[in-house]
Structure formats: structure tokens, C-alpha cells
Design a protein around this ligand. Structure first.
Ligand SMILES: Nc1ncnc2c1ncn2[C@@H]1O[C@H](COP(=O)(O)OP(=O)(O)OP(=O)(O)O)[C@@H](O)[C@H]1O
Length: 511
């Protein structure tokens, strides 16, 4: 029987040059508990996780596993002590089967004993109450299926301690329910779980204890039952319980003023979209998007949302059908992405790291991306550095970006703070067509509200907005109509007030 914490941080700090990312944090995590780590963007959650999992070393302080002081020099060291992580970005090979992916990194080198491997996967899956087909191709699985493989891979390493980094953010409500049942079973096996999340509902639903981080410091740690949701919001935002909080924009109230146009800004007809591996993602999709409306595309990720947005952004070509953009003559795919941008299309991409930013460049340079034709920034082919820096400083202030300044490389910012800069850049210049793929994913509550308020504002000044989101709360808060992509089919479009979350949830689940 183990007494005392399985993992303890003792006065741990982490500096990056002059930036003190973590400041003297002490935490104890007990055996078999589910522990929530929460805080606003840039609060230090990922840095704590990276220290627990051996990715980085603390600058000061001690980490103990089962009372013994450890100094991890790599994730392999942490793994040897029973610490496993499931990251937000999965490292799976789409052309391999589930079993082959599972074998990568978990099976000994040499010939694969496929039937033994399949048995092992099924046994592990059954132990946490999930189903999985070991022979399925990973490329054919949706995001929930891929997450299952990552969790099973982590469990195959027989951890004592499992860290899940925002696991529910990408899931449909039904898949999130299944994930929470699996976590409950993992806990019953005596494994401790750390859950990093921005979703307070998940904290109250599944976690025993919670730690609130703010600006690199631990604000409070305690039993979840000691807190109400408003306490945690207040602690995350101000560091105090019961503080008067800034009021959130009331998204729906603005609907009545929406300047809805008659001619569609975007006209999609009989569209067929293929995935990178050639399989059909969506068959025969048609819809119009008017000025002054937000059309939400709901659905479990991997059902064609990525291909839809990339086709409209001019980044890939549809297999069949047509897309018309009212700002330009002819078929949209006959224009370059630059021409589309200049005509008023903006794009908040789903994959920020690949399509949204250049990690090694500064915030100012990243803000400039896509605005190189703008007279405020470039005159006679010369970049007006002062003006770019001034605008970036304003954006940092408006969006509350946690950074050392406009010249800091964006790769040094937390994920949520990088996303804020992308949003600011895409909202600049008042686009007439805005493609927003998961705009508030990874953002804290305050910034999600800010982003939703901005989407409403742009809709009300007449922008046409295509909002891809797996978050039904967000869709119900701001969208006018919704379509669901599931199993190569499109359901809707239907006005939000003519449907229910149950109906949309059922479509998402493929019913
Ligand atoms: N490599 C780095 N160099 C400099 N500063 C860094 C680096 N990595 C993180 N930081 C800083 O450390 C602080 C904490 O970042 P961290 O990623 O831990 O926040 P987070 O709570 O996980 O945020 P989010 O919710 O946005 O993911 C931020 O201010 C960030 O800018």
C-alpha cells in the first residue's frame, strides 16, 4: 500500500531567459486521484506538464516520485518512473493500422506477433471499457478513435501516472462521455490522472482535486467540492475568490441587429471533397452563406471540415462541384490564396502551427503575414516597421497576450497566446468572408468570450462567417444556422432555433 503523494513538486520554478514561466510551485498528487490543472492562457500549465514528463528540467526546486527525488533528463526517464503523457497532437501514422501504430514504441523490436498484439490491444481496451478494431487503418478513424489509440499506448506502458492534455476539447459530447468513463476506470486501477483543461464542467464532473495557476504561480489547490464554478473563474482571472469579474459579452443579444444580405457571399454547389489519402470526406454538399450570418459547421473532427475550409481558403482543390465567392468572378479555385485574401477572405486555420504562424518569427512579423499589401504596413515595397510594431503592441494590449513584447518569437508563447495573435491578424481589415476553424479551442474562458463577441461584431457589420466548431455551447451562443458533417453526408443547414442540441448531437454521432 502506497501512502503519500505519487508525484510531488517542491518549490519548482522555470525560467526562460528573463521570463519566469513558473514561480515557486509546490503540488502533491495522490495515488488514484484525478487532478485538474487549470488556468488562463500562459498561466504555466504546459510548462508544469513538461517538467512532470521530463521534457524540460526545472530551473529550481525538486520533483519527487513516490518520495524519491528525481532529475529527469528526457521523457524516457519519466516513463521509466511510470509517468505517461497523452498530448493534444497525436503522433500516429495514418497509413498504418491501429495495431501497427500501437506497436510503434510499445512493442519490442523484431517480428510482430500480430495475434498476440491484437489480443493485448483488446484486453487493454476492455479494461477501460472502450472498443477498438486493431486492424482498422488509422487514417480512417475520427479524432476520438485516434485518441483511444494514444490512451491505450500510454496505458500499455503500465503507468502509475497519466497526464491528459485537454483531451475533451476535440470530442463530440458522446465521445467525451466515453472518455470520462474510461478515465474513471483508469483511476480505479490505481493510476493517478492529471487533466489539463479549460472546460470547468469537466473539472466538476470527473476530478477529485484542482490546482489553479495564474501567471506562473499556484493560486490555490484543493478538493473540487470546496469550489463553485464562479470561484474557479474568479481565481483563474484575478487570483482571488469572489472578485467582481468583467462582464461577458452577451452573444445572442446582438442577433437582431445582424445586417443580413440577400445575395450569398459564398455559394457551394454539389461539392465532393476527398481526404489526402483519396477517401471521400463529403459527398454532394450544397449551401449558401449570406452577409451578416454565422453558419456553423458542427461534427466530430475528421468528417470533412478540414477539407471544406481548406478548399474555400484556396489551399486545396475540391474533387467535384463548385464554390463561388461574390467578391471575385468565376470559380473560387481559379484564384490564388493571395487573391482571395485581397478580395476580403480571412482564415483562422485549424492547424495553427502549420498554416497559421511561423514559430521562429516575432509577433510583429506574424501579424504582418497576409497583410503585405496593406498600405499601413508597406509603402512603395518597403515595410513600415514602426507601424507594424505599433499595431502589434496594440493587439497585445487588446487581446491580453502574455509576451515580453512585439519582437518576441511567437514560438515562445503559450498555445492560447499564439492563437490570440492569429485571431487578431485575421480580424484586421474587416474581412467580408471569415473562415474560422475552432477559433476558441485552447483559449481560456475570458478570451473565448472575447472571440465570440468579435465574431458577433463582425457578423453584425455584415461579414459572412463560416464557423467550424465541435463545441455545441459555442454554436448555440453565436451561430444563426448549423450544418453537420458526418459519415460523408451533410445534415442541414437548419436555423439554430429550429433544431435542438439532441438532434445535432445525434447527427454528429451519425444517426
Ligand atoms: N520556450 C519558451 N521560451 C520563452 N517563454 C516560454 C517558453 N515556453 C513557454 N514560455 C512562457 O511561459 C509561460 C507559460 O506558458 P505555458 O505554455 O506553460 O502556459 P499554459 O498555461 O499552458 O497556456 P495555454 O493555455 O495557452 O496553453 C508563457 O508566458 C509563455 O510565454
Amino acid at each position: 500500500m502506497i501512502s503519500g503523494p505519487i508525484l510531488a513538486l517542491d518549490g519548482v520554478s522555470k525560467s526562460y531567459g528573463d521570463v519566469l514561466a513558473i514561480d515557486d510551485v509546490s503540488l502533491n498528487i495522490a495515488v488514484g486521484e484525478v487532478f485538474a490543472l487549470i488556468g488562463e492562457n500562459g498561466a504555466g500549465k504546459s510548462t508544469i506538464v513538461k517538467m512532470m514528463s521530463g521534457e524540460i528540467a526545472p530551473s529550481r526546486g525538486t520533483i519527487r516520485v513516490l518520495g524519491e527525488k528525481v532529475a529527469f533528463s528526457s521523457p524516457r526517464d519519466a516513463l521509466a518512473r511510470g509517468i505517461s503523457v497523452v498530448h493534444q497532437h497525436y503522433a500516429l501514422v495514418p497509413d498504418f493500422t491501429v495495431a501497427e501504430n500501437f506497436a510503434l514504441g510499445t512493442a519490442p523490436l523484431g517480428r510482430l506477433d500480430r495475434s498476440a498484439l491484437n489480443r493485448r490491444i483488446r484486453t487493454l481496451a476492455a479494461s477501460v471499457g472502450v472498443e477498438i478494431d486493431p486492424d482498422a487503418l488509422v487514417g480512417s478513424l475520427d479524432v476520438a478513435g485516434q485518441q483511444k489509440i494514444e490512451i491505450l499506448k500510454a496505458l500499455a506502458r503500465e503507468p502509475r501516472f497519466l497526464i491528459l492534455d485537454e483531451p475533451a476539447a476535440v470530442l463530440s459530447p458522446e465521445d467525451a462521455d466515453r472518455l470520462f468513463l474510461a478515465i474513471e476506470r483508469i483511476r480505479r486501477q490505481g493510476i493517478s490522472v492529471v487533466l489539463v483543461t479549460h472546460r470547468l464542467a469537466d473539472v466538476f464532473r470527473i476530478c477529485d482535486r484542482v490546482a489553479v495557476m495564474r501567471m506562473g504561480r499556484l493560486v490555490v489547490e484543493g478538493d473540487v467540492t470546496n469550489f463553485a464554478p464562479e470561484d474557479l473563474i474568479s481565481l483563474m482571472m484575478t487570483g482571488e475568490r469572489g472578485a467582481a469579474l468583467p462582464s461577458q459579452p452577451c452573444a445572442r443579444a446582438a442577433t437582431a441587429t445582424a445586417a443580413r444580405g440577400d445575395t450569398p457571399v459564398l455559394q457551394v454547389r454539389d461539392l465532393e471533397l476527398h481526404r489526402a489519402n483519396g477517401s471521400v470526406a463529403v459527398r454532394s454538399m450544397s449551401f449558401d452563406l449570406a452577409a451578416g450570418e454565422i453558419l456553423a459547421v458542427a461534427g466530430v473532427e475528421g468528417n470533412g471540415q478540414t477539407e471544406l475550409v481548406r478548399s474555400i481558403a484556396g489551399l486545396e482543390r475540391q474533387a467535384c462541384g463548385s464554390i463561388g465567392f461574390s467578391a471575385l468572378e468565376g470559380e473560387l479555385s481559379s484564384h490564388s490564396p493571395q487573391a482571395l485574401r485581397q478580395a476580403g477572405l480571412a482564415h483562422v486555420p485549424e492547424d495553427r502551427i502549420h498554416d497559421g504562424i511561423v514559430l521562429t518569427q516575432s509577433l510583429a512579423e506574424n501579424l504582418l503575414l497576409g497583410h503585405l499589401h496593406h498600405p499601413a504596413f508597406v509603402r512603395k515595397g518597403v515595410i513600415r516597421r514602426d507601424s507594424v510594431v505599433r499595431q502589434t503592441t496594440q493587439v497585445i494590449q487588446d487581446y491580453g497576450i502574455r509576451t515580453t513584447g512585439p519582437m518576441q518569437p511567437i514560438g515562445r508563447l503559450s498555445g492560447g497566446n499564439q492563437q490570440k495573435l492569429v485571431l487578431a491578424r485575421e480580424f484586421m481589415n474587416d474581412p467580408c468572408l471569415l473562415l474560422a476553424a475552432h477559433p476558441s479551442r485552447g483559449l481560456d474562458i475570458r478570451t473565448s468570450a472575447l472571440v465570440q463577441g468579435l465574431l458577433i461584431e463582425h457578423r453584425d457589420r455584415g461579414a459572412a462567417i463560416l464557423l467550424v466548431s465541435a463545441d455545441l455551447d459555442e454554436i448555440w451562443a453565436i451561430a444563426d444556422r448549423v450544418i453537420v458533417l458526418s459519415d460523408t453526408r451533410m445534415h442541414g443547414p437548419v436555423p439554430i432555433h429550429e433544431t435542438t442540441r439532441q438532434e445535432v448531437g445525434a447527427w454528429m454521432a451519425g444517426h
